[in-house]
Design a protein around this ligand. Structure first.
Ligand SMILES: [Zn+2]
Length: 560
């Protein structure tokens, strides 16, 4: 007898092929049979009707390393169709870690990934020191989705160099120690080695994250150590100063794929991301495997004027930095301060997070009932309506509500024509959800549903078979996730049953379920009817199911 029979679904099998109507039978966590009119001999039968069935989504860019130790359901990813998560991206891991470095590791994560220090301190269960022990802890505690873990550069550096890791280059002896740790982690089942050279990545007190202090030679030595066993993916979030040519050399020297983040479109420097992708294409024609991680979501951040991350990088904002309460309100009310901000925004800049695009700034939540009708409206619209300057509109509203008004700003990746080109590029991977990080600023864990709803159905920027391939088989193939990412007999029953007419993600809302009751942004699924991981139902039309087994596997063996 089968455990599950899904009858008459339209199958998008992950290969990019045209859909096909068939039944799917599941037994012992695997797809036992696919065919027309399979015998009805199963403990559970689901009549699919008009619904579509695809392999579960593989999220290749998550930061669940810490959350996994207190939340085996890695909320909200499983309910958003994700059945496999790759952790340890950018090298911001929690293993290996000695007891005396735990505090520093948590403080660094607080800054670089926008995590709450209190949440990490209350939440993380430290039953490990080495990378292998960390994987053993995950295996022992269980997880609702499958996991593949990078070993992280910043953690290795901290293990070998202690607090010096944030301060200086490594000696030859230290590099050799790190290389030995990389080989050890690969033997224990790491999916690859992850790092960051991005100037945006700062740790505790604003000092660079450890991997940013690494020389090119250190990177090369560690990548060669990773590839020594003929396996592994090198993942890096690169700064603009790191040329694709260097990454091509790393791919050549190690013989391994190089995964490059974060390729986001910037309206003030619109050619940069396409230049990187062109260099990636050229490297591929020379036989190197380089892949660019792109996002199908605009980079949107929520903020209040008490802590307005998007504008804090402006030179004219310096007067307000570090101030709070009445002192901050005095600055924000000052006409001269405001004129300085306006002047700076009017001047061109090569790179700036916020560029005065007021049509992309919205009021999310007001504090006072009489302002309720302003919610969901753009600052540009409100300014036009009131015949006022948009900066004045935002600041006056915030001052009227003791700086508690919540705004949202679309900062990068909001030019839809450009983003459509990124998504369709032959060497891009749709990724960058950053799930598990930046929990109060944004939540893109539903990126896969957004790709299929917004980009496929609403904008026709891509066909559904191709979108499914990009969310499933493409990653499985790059990472060597054997028997996953396709609907095939004998493959793992990682499945997503959904309605192509309604699939998507709801607007994010705040929930308070982190350790200590701290808030995070949560996204509900639209049009999802069932999500199975290794045959176990983890989510249905009502959302996450916590009554089943934790059926996810910690993947430590890879096809190549
Ligand atoms: Zn990241």
């Amino acid at each position: 007898m089968d455990d599950l029979l899904i009858r008459g679904a339209t199958l998008y099998d992950g290969s990019g092929a045209d859909p096909l109507r068939a039944d799917v039978a599941v037994r012992d966590g695997r797809i036992r049979a696919i065919g027309a009119s399979l015998p009805i001999d199963a403990r559970q039968v689901v009549d699919a009707g008009d619904l579509a069935l695809m392999p579960g989504i593989i999220d290749s860019h998550t930061h669940f390393d810490a959350q996994l130790t207190w939340d085996p359901y890695v909320r909200p990813s499983p309910s958003l169709g994700v059945t496999t998560a790759v952790i340890g991206n950018c090298g911001f891991t929690i293993a290996p870690c000695r007891p005396q470095d735990r505090e520093l590791t948590m403080r660094n994560l607080t800054q670089v990934e926008g995590m709450s220090f209190e949440v990490l301190k209350r939440g993380i269960t430290w039953e490990f020191e080495t990378f292998a022990e960390y994987l053993a802890q995950l295996r022992g505690r269980g997880c609702a989705v499958n996991l593949a873990a990078y070993v992280g550069h910043s953690s290795l550096r901290t293990w070998v160099m202690g607090a010096e890791a944030n301060r200086r280059a490594a000696t030859q002896a230290e590099i050799a120690q790190m290389a030995a740790l990389v080989r050890e982690a690969m033997d224990a089942g790491a999916v690859g080695f992850a790092s960051s050279t991005s100037p945006a990545h700062n740790g505790d007190g604003g000092v660079p994250m450890p991997s940013r202090l690494a020389s090119d030679d250190e990177h090369l030595a560690l990548i060669e150590a990773m590839g020594a066993g003929g396996r592994g993916v090198y993942m890096v979030t690169k700064g603009a100063q790191m040329p694709v040519a260097l990454l091509e050399e790393m791919a050549a020297r190690s013989g391994r794929p190089v995964m490059i983040a974060a390729l986001l479109h910037n309206g003030t420097n619109p050619g940069a991301v396409f230049a990187d992708l062109a260099a990636i294409s050229a490297a591929n024609t020379r036989g190197r495997r380089l892949i660019g991680q792109v996002s199908c979501c605009p980079l949107t951040m929520e903020y209040t004027l008490a802590s307005p991350y998007p504008v804090e990088g402006l030179a004219s904002w310096k007067r307000a930095l570090g101030k709070q309460g009445a002192a901050l309100e005095t600055v924000l009310a000052d006409p001269q301060f405001r004129q300085g901000v306006r002047d700076e925004l009017a001047a061109a800049s090569a790179f700036r997070l916020f560029n005065g695009e007021w049509d992309k700034v919205h009021v999310v939540e007001v504090a006072q009932e009489r302002h309720r009708e302003l919610e969901q409206r753009s600052i540009a619209e409100l300014a036009q309506r009131a015949g006022k300057d948009p900066l004045d509109v935002m600041l006056d509203l915030a001052l009227d509500e003791d700086l508690t008004t919540i705004f949202t700003a679309q900062l990068l990746n909001s030019d839809e024509e450009a983003v459509a080109r990124l998504l369709n590029h032959p060497h891009s991977l749709v990724s960058l959800s950053d799930a598990g990080a930046h929990l109060t600023f944004f939540n893109d864990a539903g990126f896969g549903l957004h790709l299929m709803g917004h980009w496929v159905r609403d904008r026709a920027a891509m066909g559904l078979p191709e979108a499914v391939r990009r969310l499933t088989h493409q990653s499985a193939e790059i990472f060597g996730l054997a028997n996953r990412g396709l609907l095939r007999e004998g493959f793992a029953a990682d499945l997503l049953l959904f309605d192509p007419k309604t699939v998507g993600r709801a607007v994010s809302r705040r929930v308070f379920d982190l350790p200590g009751g701290a808030p995070r942004l949560h996204t509900d699924a639209l049009g999802v009817h069932g999500v199975w991981v290794n045959g176990e139902l983890v989510s249905d039309a009502n959302g996450l199911r916590t009554d089943g087994q934790l059926a996810g596997q910690v993947i430590t063996e890879f096809a190549h």
